[in-house]
Write a protein that binds this ligand. Structure first.
Ligand code: OMP
Length: 240
């Protein structure tokens, strides 16, 4: 059974909003949440300073930029993004092994320059908003779990520290990657919450039982009338 601290460490709150609201949410969740996610909506509007703001409040940051480009560009982008001191950074597994190795080199350069811990890299597998039909639209006809497995194995061997996948693939990825791998799952919906644009979803307790290391939860917390209450309810579910 998890303690409240262990449960809260497993929940990464996605701050897909502007800086004022992100800081308001950080305040509302103060003393509860330990992890937040800065994605493209917030980062493109505010830049690296927002990572400083959140780290200064003692929060660990997943910088979710889903980086995808040629290896040269990716190395530079990952270096720059890692210089923010973010704990986690996302890149696309679809960039293949040369791009992932370049990402790893960029993260190592930044750690050397900062004389600090290396930002850990999470490879995005198949977005949780996509189902088999969306995959087929982009020419991938393999069953979804097979596509996720291929990207997981490739990213792992090229130097990514972990994987982003839906909770529906978490058990399979846990047995593929082993007990130490970081398996981060968005597409988490407490019972009764709207799925919105998410397709491959599960409840917090199902995601945890399937082997997720951490869960990413956005709108069910950030969009709730009482974000702290919604966060605590998820922790309580993980502790049960
Ligand atoms: O990298 C991610 O975090 C991510 C990957 C993915 O496949 N699906 C996914 O939803 N996400 C992110 O997880 C968060 C989910 O938000 P909610 O759907 O509001 O809980 C968003 O910030 C997405 O950017």
């Amino acid at each position: 059974m998890l303690s409240y601290e262990e449960a809260s460490d497993k929940v990464i709150v996605a701050l897909d909003c502007d800086r004022a609201r992100a800081l308001e949410l950080a305040e509302l969740l103060s003393g509860r949440a330990r992890w937040v996610k800065v994605g493209m909506t917030l980062f493109y509007a505010e830049g690296p300073v927002v990572v400083d703001d959140l780290r200064a409040r003692g929060l660990s940051v997943f910088l979710d930029l889903k980086i995808y480009d040629i290896p040269f560009q990716v190395q530079g982008a990952v270096r720059a993004a890692s210089l923010t001191g973010a704990d986690l950074l996302s890149i696309h597994g679809l960039g293949a092994s040369a791009m992932i190795r370049a990402a790893r080199a960029g993260a190592e350069e930044a750690a050397f320059e900062r004389d600090g811990a290396r930002t850990r890299l999470l490879a995005i597998s198949v977005l949780t908003s996509m189902g088999a039909r969306a995959l087929a639209e982009v020419g991938i006809f393999d069953p979804l779990p097979r596509e996720v497995s291929r990207l997981a194995a490739l990213s792992h061997s090229a130097g990514a520290d972990g994987l982003v996948c839906s909770p529906q693939e978490a058990a399979r990825m846990r047995s593929l990657l082993g007990p130490e791998a970081l398996i981060v799952c968005p597409g988490v919906r407490p019972a009764g919450s709207a799925f919105a644009d998410q397709r491959r979803v599960a409840t917090p307790s199902q995601a945890l039982a399937a082997g997720a290391s951490q869960l990413v939860v956005g709108r069910p917390i950030a969009g709730a009338a009482d974000p702290a209450g919604a966060f605590d309810a998820i922790c309580a579910e993980l502790m049960a």
